[in-house]
Design a binder for this molecule. Structure first.
Ligand code: NAD
Length: 358
């Protein structure tokens, strides 16, 4: 197909409403229908003057759409994505791709069967700092990556948890938030083979931990650490300090990803590069530089990429298999928090096989 890609939005809650608004500024897309049974969802459709459906199946069968955005609770992603794929519609599935690896596999199988691509909503990969860092690291700017540190620490408001799925199994700061950071880090530093994690529910007392700390072992041999909490009054979360989050005030800038290689280190989102001047060892002073970035709104870039994927002009930047591998890391952290065990991360490769059957 060529021309404008017609989009149906499934779920007009917190992030769905943002997608609906970004559809108005993205090139090559048009929001043609919204499905959401809630009065709030109906109101979003009324405000934007697009047809409203109670059932997303009815939307897919009756509205003129080429692609759908699956912005539903995690547990509903697989059923909705599979229904779209069966109808030849390209789904942009919000992250995580699904609430379990089995559900993610159902999406992959349907995509293969119907030969329709899936794009997954890890929108940080389109952000200017991640794009610039990716290029820099791929060009060998760090040498061999040795260590990775990441922080995803902030404090959510109490009202956020009125929506119950967010504090139950399948929700929590690892599957809702840290998964974004894990995706970025996999994108920049490569696959993660194994994890060891501890969690705490001390502050919120929910069934899922409010705080998690993990050690990550990369396929390259690099080692990483990851901290996530939704209970700390902290600015060290990419959505806050990057200024690219969809609905947050920007606190003073601060770095949240720290990637170090044998030749240099980089901190994001500032894109500050640290390199020894002269001999490459701790006795030499550092010189710092800041990489250039091209300003883009990652959510708008994601929608424009969805249009290109739907027209089969581009391969998905985050395919279902790639998102499975990111989900597998988050699930392994979740499991390790519960069992207090060191766990291998099952990885799916292009042919669709596990390299590890743990
Ligand atoms: N990429 C991001 O930055 C980002 C940010 C927030 C959330 N998310 C992801 O987006 C998804 C939605 O999260 P949220 O916080 O917006 O959730 P939410 O609960 O605010 O919104 C979900 C919406 O789905 C609607 N819904 C429920 N059942 C439905 C059905 N059968 N048909 C149609 N609509 C239905 C609900 O009424 C609600 O409006 C989750 O997967 C979450 O992880 C991504």
């Amino acid at each position: 197909m060529t021309g404008i890609v017609r989009i149906g939005l499934l779920g007009a809650g917190l992030i769905g409403k943002e997608h609906a608004n970004y559809c108005m500024s993205a090139e090559g897309v048009e929001l043609t229908a919204i499905a959401d049974p809630s009065p709030a969802g109906q109101e979003v459709a009324r405000e934007l003057d697009v047809p409203h459906f109670v059932s997303y199946i009815d939307l897919m069968d009756e509205a003129p759409v080429d692609a759908v955005i699956v912005a539903l609770p995690n547990i509903m992603h697989a059923d909705a994505a599979v229904a779209a794929l069966e109808r030849g519609l390209t789904p942009l599935v919000e992250k995580p791709i699904a609430d379990s690896l089995e559900a993610a596999e159902r999406i992959i199988a349907a995509s293969d069967k119907h030969n329709v691509p899936v794009l997954v909503g890890h929108q940080r990969r389109y952000a200017p700092d991640i794009v610039a860092a990716k290029r820099f690291i791929e060009d060998g700017g760090l040498g061999h990556v040795v260590s990775v540190g990441l922080l995803s620490t902030w404090r959510k408001d109490e009202k956020y948890f009125d929506v119950t799925w967010r504090s139950r199994k399948g929700g929590g700061p690892v599957l809702i938030n840290l998964i974004h950071d894990l995706d970025v880090i996999r994108y920049l530093a490569g696959d993660i083979d194994s994890v060891m994690a501890l969690g705490s529910s001390k502050v919120r007392g929910f069934p899922v931990p409010d705080t998690a700390g993990a050690v990550l072992e990369f396929a390259s041999g690099a080692i990483g650490t990851a901290m996530a909490t939704d209970a700390a009054a902290s600015p060290w979360c990419w959505d806050l300090t990057s200024g690219y989050g969809a609905y947050f005030p920007s606190p003073p800038p601060g770095d949240v990803y720290f990637i170090s290689g044998t030749e240099a280190s980089i901190a994001l989102p500032s894109l500050t590069v640290y390199r020894h001047r002269g001999a490459n060892n701790w006795k030499s002073p550092f010189e710092t530089s800041v990489l250039k970035r091209t300003e883009t709104n990652p959510y708008v870039a994601q929608l424009e990429h969805l249009a290109a994927v739907t027209r089969r002009q581009a391969e998905p930047l985050i395919s279902a298999r790639d998102a499975f591998n990111t989900l597998a890391v988050a699930m392994a952290i979740d499991e390790s928090m519960a069992s207090r065990k060191y766990l291998q991360v099952p990885q799916l490769h292009d042919k669709g096989e596990y390299t590890d059957d743990c």
